[in-house]
Write a protein of this length. Structure first.
Lengths: 349, 263
């Protein structure tokens, strides 16, 4: 009797549940929320989803740290950070940018693991303290990505997402955890994602053995071909033809082909929004789809494509945007110190 | 004397009957708006399912675009006058392209599966759902057509993914709001039961109607004059079916974690 009498009401609530889910979980729902927010001037959590689909046109995503914390000066350029320290540095770089309100979950997590919050946000001790905190949280929560999630969304939501992922037998990764969280955590998830991206960048090793002079640094320069001001999207490292080029980290080869500009090129996707590109090679030793480990031989350098001399154009892409790879190397590393003025890389974007 | 003049009152009804009566009145009132909330609810359920499925195909699209761009670059770099075309699509553009394609794919699937749901009508709500199913299925068996076979199956897979997404939201929202006050022992089981009830309710009450509406729509299209010819019956709606079928498969494989609600 109850079911028959209440059917209309049940149908209404079920329809309402579907609309609630669509409101938060579809681009159309996000668009309606975004337009509503623009009209009323009210804050909306639709930003990250709209930003994702519009390539930042709706609202630019939170910038990755423009000045990530420098690494200890004693570290050689070819020497990567340990995974734990890389996670600490990358996460600290994002934490340092957050507002007091957004830092609260990190402070709570630090208190739980007996790490003083003041140490966590200090520019000197911060990266190492963050690494310690994440290591403790990782032991407790089961994975480094869930630990980073806990730092930004809070421990309880991260634990809940972890338990759901275990029940679904999905990997304990941020992307999966984000799907399990109810509405309201979008911005925090974006911060966690940025932290993982920067951590991966800090963990990259150098593609060449030993030192190589930088013939053209990252940034604005006058293009030797078009004679116009242009951004050089990577660094040119002068090395003889045939020099072994190694993968900067584990990943999957996304591209291994030749064109007239970049020459013989390898692009490796390291996951977490990090890719590296190696251009102007004389020989490619990997194929598309191949899985590589850190330090694997992937190509031999050369002077193919638009190039006037043998060199390696090494490019780092974070969230698909070119970034100076030296931002994530130790300050004063010998490889960066030697700079030759004449650019070898002609017209490389 | 006083007792003799007092009107004889009815014995008070039990509390549960009063509740049922109130709910019955509310249900009757809401029935006036059924024409509005049912089509919108069905549309929303399918859109959520389509998004859950589309969410899992981004990486595959990027892989396809990478391969296509590499092949394009290899061709255009052979001649000096086409060489500048190599720069047309960089890594950033490839990612953007993959996301744009995923979005277009999702919206196209919404167009083919969710939009017909807005035409949902219920003339007599007292007729049980399974009574309306039977004649439609008999018609499919009598006069099968591509649309009437593919679209309902795709809708079924999509609404399954959508129901799981709704269940997931219920569980997450309930657990995280109840836990601070009631602790794990109460918040955990309660949110799980609520999620399962929501999932089941949405799947049966809304999912069933969404599939039914798609069968009706497919029949309407398949019964048009032109599509009486056998060949037309199997080519009509080919594009729409090609759009929704891969998403339906993705929904079944990657977006329906039903077992996770029981573990």
């Amino acid at each position: 009797v109850f079911l028959r009498r209440s059917r209309g009401m049940l149908d209404f609530f079920l329809a309402l549940l579907c609309l609630w889910a669509a409101w938060y979980h579809t681009p159309v729902g996000a668009l309606v929320r975004g337009i509503g927010a623009r009209i009323t001037g009210v804050h909306t959590s639709a930003g990250p989803l709209l930003s994702y689909f519009t390539g930042g046109a709706y609202e630019p995503p939170p910038a990755l740290a423009e000045h990530p914390p420098p690494l200890p000066s004693g570290l050689a350029a070819s020497q990567p950070l340990s995974p734990v320290d890389a996670l600490g540095y990358g996460t600290y770089a994002v934490l340092a940018q957050l507002s007091a309100e957004e830092r609260k979950p990190a402070e709570a997590l630090a208190t739980r693991y007996a790490i003083p919050a003041s140490e966590l946000f200090d520019s000197h001790s911060g990266p190492r303290a963050t690494a310690r905190l994440l290591r403790a949280a990782e032991r407790d929560l089961g994975s480094d990505e869930i630990a980073v999630t806990a730092l930004f969304v809070g421990e309880e939501p991260a634990r809940y997402a972890r338990d759901r992922l275990r029940a679904a037998r999905d990997p304990l990764e941020l992307a999966n955890a984000a799907r399990e969280l109810p509405p309201g955590f979008d911005a925090a998830v974006v911060h966690a994602s940025n932290a993982l991206t920067l951590s991966t960048a800090y963990g990259l090793s150098w593609p060449l053995e030993g030192n190589a002079p930088v013939t053209s640094p990252f940034g604005a320069r006058v293009d030797p071909v078009t004679n116009r001001q242009q951004v050089h999207t990577g660094v040119d490292l002068a090395v003889p033809v045939g020099t072994p080029v190694h993968s900067a980290a584990a990943g999957v080869v996304r591209r291994a082909n030749e064109d007239s500009v970049c020459g013989r090129t390898v692009i490796i996707d390291h996951g977490r929004g990090v890719s590296t590109a190696y251009c102007h090679n004389s020989e490619l030793l990997v194929t598309v789809g191949q899985t590589v480990n850190r330090g694997d031989l992937i190509s031999r350098s050369g002077s193919t494509g638009r190039s006037t001399g043998p060199h390696l154009h090494y490019q780092l892409l974070l969230l698909d945007k070119p970034v100076d790879p030296f931002l994530f190397r130790a300050k004063g590393a010998t490889v960066a110190a030697t700079r030759v003025s004449a650019p070898l890389d002609e017209g490389h974007p | 004397v006083a007792r003799s003049v007092r009107p004889e009152s009815e014995p008070p009804r039990p509390a549960h009957q009063r509740v049922i009566s109130v709910i019955g009145k509310a249900s009757l009132f809401l029935a006036y708006f059924r024409w509005l909330f049912m089509p919108l609810g069905l549309f929303a359920l399918i859109a959520v399912g389509v998004h859950a499925a589309a969410d899992t195909v981004d990486d595959r699209l990027l892989w396809l675009i990478d391969r296509a761009d590499a092949a394009f670059d290899a061709v255009v770099s052979q001649w000096s006058f086409t060489q500048p075309m190599v720069d047309w699509v960089g890594l950033e553009q490839r990612i953007w392209l993959a996301r744009a394609l995923a979005l277009i794919w999702e919206l196209a699937a919404d167009l083919f599966l969710a939009l017909p749901a807005l035409g949902y009508e219920e003339h007599d709500t007292r007729v049980p759902l399974h009574h309306r199913w039977r004649p439609l299925f008999e018609r499919i068996l009598r006069k099968p057509a591509l649309m009437s076979v593919v679209r309902p199956m795709a809708t079924a897979a999509i609404v399954l993914a959508g129901s799981c997404a709704v269940g997931r939201m219920i569980q997450g929202a309930l657990y995280l709001s109840l836990r601070p006050s009631f602790g794990d022992t109460l918040a955990g089981p309660f949110s799980r039961v609520a999620a399962l009830a929501g999932l089941g309710g949405v799947l049966v009450a809304m999912g069933g109607r969404a599939v039914l509406r798609n069968v009706q729509h497919a029949h309407t299209v398949a019964d048009r004059e032109k599509t009486r010819v056998l060949l037309h019956r199997w080519t009509r709606g080919l594009v729409g079916s090609a759009v929704v079928l891969p998403l339906a498969i993705a929904a079944l494989i990657d977006a329906t974690p039903i077992a996770s609600f029981f573990r």
